[in-house]
Design a protein around this ligand. Structure first.
Ligand SMILES: *Cc1c(COP(=O)(O)O)cnc(C)c1O
Length: 416
């Protein structure tokens, strides 16, 4: 193995920057809508707003918000307050910024476990979590960190979580059940009202994973789209994770976690004093974290306002309608379930879609795949809209080619 060596001498800034640019040349071209996930975009002005706000707070550290940077504290509090309004949190609800959906979920699971330990007067209690098969792996990650168990229940025919299947896996050690709004694989919002009723009846915590939907589903509702209630309006919902760096169109890393019950702040926080430097109190798993991400989220809320988010959501959902119609106009393809926002997967009964994805990838389209059922999957934002026709044309051609030859995939696999 040859290991890249640490350069003896430095290079000029211009050379370094030029090399950075050239390093990108083999990357997937997200600006031309070629990535089915990872990047969320809503136009150049929004990109620039996020970037400029980020660099205004480039050096500050959100870890120091309590003592050194009241600006960061204020911005975080504002973001939490404004978002709680959006998610129908009552006055005693609370929330925190984190660096991503995974961190938000780890924090929610930890708070739930800490509360269960407190309520059950059992300081070593390790409960289980019951989630649909479609729930994000972050719950598994949280469970492995805390030595908990996650049980996955099959989804219903409409690809939403099946409350009866979830209940069948619950026992006296179940502390949390999960609903997604929407789930990553199928883009459908789980029956949160039914899950909330189940959670209340069995006395367990319902976490709603709105990492994808948290900042788009509320606006989709406002513009009259058919979005079922999924937030604190629904009785039984205890916590909600919502990613700013997805459909909030904020720069990474930025997410949020909310609790209906403000006393959860105590179960959420890390508070420690037994070391030489004194009290260490944080509300994130991370220590140091970028204040730029806080500033740019704050900037985005103020730059766009509800009006701006509604305008983007209108454009996005109009595009999604065209996309779905375009896909279903291709013989043999059908959209899975009835996706609520901008995550859409489609399957085929007569062609091997994994082979179709292989052909598409020759045209630069990074495949997004589901293995169950086999499907092509995309999380779309406005960066995909200008290339809609191009995508559908390539898709139709690939489907025709695969149908004509009956070809099957050479070895592509579904990966995130
Ligand atoms: C993206 C996503 C997450 C995790 O978020 P990260 O920001 O990637 O850590 C959790 N749940 C769902 C449904 C997601 O789509």
């Amino acid at each position: 193995m040859t290991r890249t060596s640490f350069p003896e001498q430095g290079q000029t800034r211009a050379d370094v920057l030029a090399t950075l640019k050239s390093l990108k040349s083999n990357d997937i071209d997200w600006r031309r809508g070629r990535t089915p996930l990872y990047v969320f975009d809503a136009g150049d002005d929004i990109y620039e707003m996020g970037r400029d706000a980020f660099f205004e707070f480039f050096k500050e550290n959100a870890l120091g918000k309590n003592r050194a940077f009241p600006s960061v504290m204020k911005m975080e509090n504002d973001i939490i307050d404004m978002s709680l309004g959006l998610l129908h949190g009552e006055s005693d609800a609370c929330g925190f910024m984190t660096t991503g959906g995974t961190e938000s979920i780890i924090q929610a699971v930890q708070s739930c476990r800490n509360r269960a330990r407190h309520d059950r007067k059992s300081p070593t209690f390790r409960g289980n979590i019951v989630a649909a098969y479609s729930a994000h792996p972050a719950f598994e990650k949280a469970a492995r960190l805390m030595d908990l168990e996650v049980r996955r229940a099959p989804v219903a025919k409409d690809y939403r979580a099946d409350p009866a299947a979830i209940e069948a896996l619950m026992d006296e050690n179940t502390m949390m059940i999960v609903g997604s709004a929407p789930c990553f694989p199928y883009g459908v919002i789980d029956p949160i009202a039914d899950l909330g009723a189940l959670a209340q009846r069995r006395g367990v915590w319902l976490h709603v994973d709105a990492c994808v939907g948290g900042y788009v589903a509320p606006f989709a509702r406002m513009i009259g789209r058919n979005i079922p209630a999924f937030d604190f309006q629904v009785p039984g919902v205890c916590s909600i994770s919502a990613d700013l760096h997805k459909y909030g169109f904020c720069p990474k890393p930025a997410s949020t976690i909310y609790y209906r019950d403000g006393t959860c702040a105590e179960f959420h926080a890390f508070d420690f004093d037994n070391w030489p430097s004194g009290r260490f109190y944080t509300t994130t798993i991370c220590g140091t974290r970028p204040a730029g991400a806080v500033a740019s989220a704050w900037a985005m809320f103020h730059y766009l306002g509800q009006e701006g988010y509604k305008r983007i959501t209108t454009e996005l959902m109009d595009f999604i309608d065209l996309y779905r119609a375009g896909v279903e106009a291709i013989p043999g393809l059908r959209v899975l379930g009835d996706p609520h926002v901008s995550v859409v997967a489609f399957a085929s009964d007569d062609v091997d879609l994994f082979r179709v994805a292989e052909l598409m990838s020759e045209n630069g389209w990074l495949p997004g795949l589901l293995k169950e059922p086999q499907a092509i999957h995309r999380l779309m934002s406005l960066v995909h809209a200008p290339v809609l026709d191009e995508y559908l044309q390539d898709l139709r051609q690939a489907v025709d080619a695969v149908r004509a030859t009956g070809a099957t995939a050479k070895g592509i696999e579904a990966t995130y």
